[in-house]
Write a protein that binds this ligand. Structure first.
Ligand SMILES: NC(=O)c1ccc[n+]([C@@H]2O[C@H](COP(=O)([O-])OP(=O)(O)OC[C@H]3O[C@@H](n4cnc5c(N)ncnc54)[C@H](OP(=O)(O)O)[C@@H]3O)[C@@H](O)[C@H]2O)c1
Length: 281
């Protein structure tokens, strides 16, 4: 089977990961394991899971079904909001490992800041310690605003390697991305295809795609890559998995990049989940 060559990205802690990954939300059970195994077979190495997706076991199973050695893979999971106090966070990280039957995660993220609960600094301390104990190679966050990240650094001395945020052409996160760049934190893009909403029918992107003989999804994922963000598209379909990873044989020029970036709009989030107020447990 064809295997793609994917560029590498280096994080602020020296850990490296692929420039594109594979999302697993809603891939569960035997079918999910087969879909994830297929993604690994064709070249995906970065696999994004979460305790709350109830599929860490499925991801672990896919890893065992694949012929790629564990150390060549980059497996991510995430701490749910309901377990952010220190002791609960520590046992949840262990439970995440048991569910996947893995000895370590390459990346573990706090799933949402839930600022009203005010427990995310404790959760962060648990991630820092779990890294020291060898359970996790790199630690990061999702959906954190600059003020939340600043607090982590001020209170623990350690900043995240990655912030995984909602990012797609309808919500380009320009300010948050440049803040990450200034602070040497990598941006990872969740719902990079905006969950296949109207963005895939967008005429501007369609024209660019036709010019390059690529699909709209490929152009969008290439746009993420050229922004310096790491997209993690999910697909259950073998053909679309291959389509999504085949983005390293063309490039967008500056005009094309700004045309896509210019499609953003203030209400462009897919589910109106503003991390300043939205909470997830
Ligand atoms: N940290 C967070 O808070 C957070 C939140 C949301 C998501 N995530 C992570 O980010 C990952 C990706 O986000 P997502 O799953 O929400 O959305 P997404 O990757 O933007 O889109 C997935 C949807 O697009 C379809 N699709 C994929 N490739 C396509 C293509 N080439 N052409 C047409 N349709 C295509 C998929 O259908 P098929 O499967 O049928 O191809 C699926 O319906 C998740 O799986 C999860 O790992 C994290």
């Amino acid at each position: 089977m064809m295997s793609q060559i994917i560029p590498e990205v280096t994080l602020n802690d020296g850990v490296t990961l692929p420039a594109i990954g594979f999302g697993t939300y809603s891939l569960n059970g035997n079918e999910g394991a087969n879909a994830i195994k297929h993604a690994i077979d064709i070249g995906y190495r970065l696999i994004d899971s979460a305790y709350n997706y109830e599929n860490e076991g499925t991801v672990g199973e896919a890893v065992r079904r694949s012929s790629v050695p564990r150390e060549k893979l980059f497996i991510t999971s995430k701490l749910p909001g309901r377990y952010q106090t220190y002791d609960k966070a520590v046992t949840t990280i262990q439970e995440s490992l048991y569910r996947a039957n893995l000895d370590y995660y390459d990346l573990y993220l706090i799933h949402w800041p839930n600022p009203k609960q005010d427990n995310y600094v404790e959760a962060w301390q648990a991630l820092i310690d779990a890294k020291k104990w060898g359970f996790i190679r790199s630690i990061g966050v999702c959906n954190f605003l600059p003020e939340h990240i600043e607090r982590l650094e001020k209170e623990t001395g350690i900043k995240p390697s990655i912030n995984q945020i909602e990012l797609h052409p309808f919500f380009n996160q320009a300010e948050q991305r440049s803040w990450h760049e200034e602070h040497n934190i990598k941006t990872e893009s969740w719902s990079p295809l905006a969950r296949a909403n109207a963005v895939l029918e967008n005429e501007t992107i369609k024209k660019i795609a036709d010019r390059h003989h690529k699909t709209v999804s490929q152009v969008i994922l290439r746009w993420h890559y050229q922004l310096g963000a790491i997209p993690i598209p999910k697909s259950a379909s073998p053909a679309r998995q291959l389509e999504n990873i085949s983005i390293f044989d063309f490039s967008l020029d500056e005009t094309e990049m700004s045309m896509i970036t210019g499609l953003t709009r203030p209400d462009g989030r897919i589910n109106n989940q503003d991390p300043a107020i939205y909470e997830e447990f």
